[in-house]
Design a protein around this ligand. Structure first.
Ligand code: MN
Ligand code: MN
Length: 322
């Protein structure tokens, strides 16, 4: 408990949660020039970019909608009583620079931003953006050597290429990350995989590299505790990233995403899965693929920020234990 009041969110008991300029979780908003930036331990960041999307776009609008709905989140976890804002200094660091007209330029801008976060010792909680965003995030965070990853998704995102050899889409980030030595495939676990396939080459390649792929049917044959025990053993105590694609959740709960697949996690299962990350050595997390134009009720973004709070609790426990 650091007790630094500056970094605590504005309480809904003092000012109603629908009032004011929205920041993530009603935290102080700042950039790298702010005079308290050196005290930030966890940064909440938007990456408003969907240039890796191969099908239905719109995730570039995710950060603004997630930021808005995140003002509904209170400060203390209902089960663990974890209060990430009391354990660590959290701040909204705004949106990462992007270029909606240039994919490669965006990858460089995001990499540079996350390299700066790493050099400052700030652990990022990212709101995407499509899933290609995770590649430059990992380029920034894993510059010292490969990290592990627990990845919740309906898709492996281990495809080699799209459109006759194009290597950078939201279906390819983790193939590139393994090839570039950013991820140790033997410490990567993917949970929730399902849906119709192109041909299954992504799954075969991943397993040949040592990636642990837990399909939705395999998930259904085990308890959540068993699945997460396997995931925890696979990543071990070394640095681990968490990537959460909202399409791992069933479209009944989270329809506002580009590539929905039926037969997914309930929101309840997603909460229980994320809560079992507690105690891992976490270097960052992301929530990607929320697409507000396909989210007519706003419920997908609400699911997204609710899981972001669960992830933030897990990051805070990890940061606080260092
Ligand atoms: Mn994905
Ligand atoms: Mn997906």
């Amino acid at each position: 408990m650091n007790g630094d009041k500056f970094f605590e969110p504005v309480s809904g008991a003092k000012s109603p949660r629908f009032a004011g300029v929205p920041s993530f979780m009603r935290l102080p908003a700042m950039d790298f020039d702010h005079d308290r930036i050196d005290d930030v331990q966890i940064g909440l960041i938007g990456v408003p970019w969907d240039g890796g999307t191969t099908n239905r776009p719109g995730a570039r609008h995710g950060p603004r909608q997630l930021r808005d709905l995140s003002t509904m989140i209170r400060a203390t976890h209902p089960v663990s009583y974890i209060s990430p804002f009391k354990m660590t200094n959290c701040a909204d660091l705004g949106d990462c620079p992007v270029n909606p007209a240039d994919l490669n330029d965006t990858l460089d801008r995001v990499t540079n931003f996350y390299s700066e976060l790493k050099s400052r010792g700030i652990v990022p909680m990212t709101a995407g953006g499509d899933h290609l965003v995770s590649l430059p995030v990992l380029r920034g965070l894993a510059s010292d050597g490969p990290v592990g990853m627990i990845h919740f998704d309906a898709h492996t995102d281990l495809f080699d290429s799209y459109f006759d050899g194009f290597k950078f889409t939201h279906g390819t980030p983790f193939r590139r990350a393994i090839e570039e030595g950013l991820l140790d495939p033997k410490r990567v676990v993917q949970i929730g995989i399902r849906g119709t396939m192109y041909d299954g080459e992504d799954i075969e390649w991943g397993r040949s590299q040592g990636v642990t792929i837990i399909t939705m049917d395999e998930f259904a044959d085990h308890t959540i505790g068993e699945v997460m025990q396997q995931a925890r053993q696979t990543v071990g105590d070394a640095p681990t990233y968490v990537s959460f694609d909202i399409d791992c959740i069933d479209p009944a709960f989270a329809p506002g995403t580009g590539t929905p697949e039926i037969g997914g996690f309930t929101t309840r299962e997603a909460q229980l899965l994320v809560r079992r990350l507690e105690g891992l050595n976490l270097i960052g997390a992301d929530m990607v693929e929320v697409s507000p134009p396909f989210d007519e009720s706003g419920n997908t973004a609400w699911v997204g920020v609710s899981i972001m709070f669960e992830l933030l609790c897990m990051l805070a426990v990890s940061v606080d234990s260092r």
